[in-house]
Write a protein that binds this ligand. Structure first.
Ligand code: HEC
Length: 165
């Protein structure tokens, strides 16, 4: 091999090693930085699809986000429903959806047009489906504090005071 050729081979070996090393480093970093999506549901596929139909018809996503999505043309500051099953039991949810005035159960800080509408017009079966599905919406422990904080701020309009208070 001539000198020039040797130089090229050496340069190629170095770049392959550098690229490989960089890739390896990136991968190692990515796994550390991205722990995945913190929300999940324990509902069966049937329950999920029954609940999805009701939620679509009642336009829950006009006001609430779920699985990170919401109708972005709407700006109602309602709490996110992701992980709501960690905060509310199925019984509580069923009562809430059955109330003529949900604000008697959970007070509001919002103008009437933004408040949680009553779901009392739904059949008992549909209210049970909604309650059961909502109760199945869970959040991983590592994201629980974040979820609690966001929900508190949405419900009260005040900054989260932390656990000391
Ligand atoms: C017009 C906007 C609007 C629509 C539509 C709506 N909500 Fe709400 N919801 C709210 C608001 C705002 C609150 C907070 C309480 C309040 O201000 O009345 C709330 C509260 C809740 C809560 C209690 C949240 C908590 O943190 O404890 C649940 C559960 C809930 N909604 C589920 C639903 C479901 C399921 C639907 C559809 C079937 C729905 N909402 C439709 C605005 C809405």
């Amino acid at each position: 091999m001539r000198r020039g050729e040797k130089g090229i081979v050496v340069a190629m070996v170095i770049s392959v090693a550098v690229l490989g090393g960089y890739r390896w480093y990136k991968n190692a970093q990515d796994t550390e930085e991205d722990p995945g999506i913190p929300f999940y549901s324990t509902a069966s596929p049937e329950l999920t699809s029954k609940a999805a139909k009701i939620m679509h018809r009642e336009n829950c996503k006009d006001c609430h986000s779920l699985w990170g999505t919401k109708d972005f043309t709407q700006a109602v500051p309602a709490p996110s429903l992701d992980g709501i099953g960690r905060f509310r039991s199925e019984e509580w949810l069923y009562k809430y959806f059955s109330a003529e005035v949900p604000q008697d159960i959970l007070p509001t800080r919002l103008k009437p047009q933004y408040r949680m509408p009553s779901m009392a017009h739904l059949s008992e079966e549909e209210r049970r489906v909604l309650a059961k599905y909502m109760a199945s919406l869970q959040v991983e422990d590592w994201y629980f504090e974040e979820t609690k904080k966001a929900r508190y701020e949405k419900l009260t309009g005040k900054p989260y005071p932390g656990d000391e208070q």
